[in-house]
Design a protein around this ligand. Structure first.
Ligand SMILES: Cc1ncc(COP(=O)(O)O)c(C=O)c1O
Length: 398
């Protein structure tokens, strides 16, 4: 092509890959941006703990800085001392027979999930995601040039897995199933029984399970967290991703980890290293202190979320002509259905709620097509914030 080629001269827009062009703007970030323009907003749209990181964790990071331990890279898979603690935690709390060689410390759960997808799927491969699901998972599949296949959950039964539909969605191109339990956005905790059925499907069709267990410690009443990799026949075909973000209120530290079979770990590392080299070393020392230190903060967070969940449900009961909901068994999120006609377009509904009632929520459509007519509410906030939001909604909906 000559330098004077008119096409060459005229096209001044930067080149953007198809992969990235397919990705729509994040509704969560969009709502955050719009919320900043509203004074004294009641904020229920972020899935981010509002508590600060516990003091002993912060102090461990300060000590590591003062000792000059954090200026360089760590091993790309993470500090050995940390991986040893993680292996012990996986055995104790997840019944996964883990070894430090099967662990990579990652930049939050998110980087672990992205690296796992890169290692497991090829362009055009299909990944089954029970829907509605965490929007980032859908984007991660697209960035890995895969095809997200959203399989609706059964809302009437509290957004549980629809095992028959998962089975029906499998094609020769299906390579993985990716889910979060407890779920963002619905708060559903997939039962051990259902996860065993899902495991049978993975085994039968040679699929990898990529799990996001970010909310593992936040389950309520008779719901309990079950790790699919604890099934011996699934241990080799699961990449389980975890994080310090939610458990220890360490959102900004960007540290998490994954567990996979030791044959797969070096392959996942090939994706982890060009994305991250290693997780931030200062955060790895903080994570070590989190695992070695007292665990009462986790109990406290859990108790707080249980009481804010109950409050949110009570307040929703008073708006029963506007919302229908399932009480979430876990996480700190819930996903009410909007009963009003204007709820059919969840984005407009949430924007109006923000502008006219000064309540910030997240439109359900952000979590896949089955999320339409819903909105996501976070109860990882103070009781005061919940009451403020619902007082306003009661006045708004009359
Ligand atoms: C299901 C789920 N996974 C992962 C994350 C983010 O985890 P991390 O901060 O460890 O990357 C979130 C945050 O909202 C989440 O809801």
């Amino acid at each position: 092509m000559s330098r004077l080629d008119p096409d060459c001269e005229m096209n001044h827009s930067p080149r953007v890959s198809n992969r990235v062009q397919q990705i729509q703007k994040s509704a969560i970030h969009e709502m955050t941006r719009l919320s900043k323009q509203v004074e004294d907003v009641a904020f229920l749209s972020w899935a981010k703990p509002t508590s600060d990181t516990p003091e002993h964790i912060k102090q461990a990071a300060v000590a590591a800085i003062e000792k000059g331990l954090v200026g360089g890279y760590s091993e790309s898979s993470g500090l050995l001392a940390l991986r040893r603690e993680i292996a012990a935690k996986l055995k104790r709390d997840n019944s996964i027979d883990a070894d430090p060689a099967q662990i990579i410390v990652t930049v939050g759960a998110i980087e672990g999930l992205a690296a796992a997808l890169m290692a497991v799927i090829d362009p055009g491969d299909e990944v089954i995601l029970p829907s509605p699901t965490y929007s980032t998972h859908i984007r991660q599949v697209v960035i890995a040039s895969g095809k997200p296949v959203l399989v609706p959950t059964i809302e009437e039964q509290g957004f549980i897995l629809d095992i028959d539909r998962v089975r029906q969605a499998i094609t020769p191109k299906t390579k993985a199933v990716m889910y979060c339990s407890p779920s963002n956005p619905t708060g559903t905790v997939f039962s051990e029984e259902q996860l065993c059925q899902l495991a049978d499907i993975c085994i039968e069709h040679n699929l990898t399970a990529i799990t996001d267990e970010a909310y593992e410690y936040f389950t309520y009443e008779n719901n309990y967290h079950f790790s699919i990799a604890s099934l011996p026949e699934m241990r080799k075909r699961t990449v389980s991703c975890y994080t310090f973000t939610k458990t220890y209120a360490m959102t900004g530290w960007r540290v998490g980890y994954l567990h996979a079979d030791e044959e797969l770990v070096p392959q996942i590392s090939k994706a982890h290293i060009p994305f991250a080299i290693c997780a931030p070393v200062v955060s790895q020392y903080a994570a070590l202190a989190a695992l070695q230190g007292p665990q009462d903060c986790v109990v406290r967070f859990r108790e707080h979320y249980l009481s804010t969940r109950n409050l949110m449900c009570e307040r929703l009961d008073r708006l029963s002509s506007v919302f229908d909901y399932h009480k979430p068994g876990g996480s700190y999120l819930m996903f009410p259905r909007i009963l009003l006609d204007q709820g059919k377009d969840s984005t407009t509904f949430c924007k109006n709620l923000l502008r006219e009632a000064k309540v910030s929520t997240t439109p359900g459509i952000a979590f896949g097509p089955t999320g339409q007519s819903h909105l996501r509410l976070s109860f990882c906030v103070s009781e005061q914030e919940i009451n403020k939001a619902f007082d306003r909604m009661e006045a708004y909906f009359g």
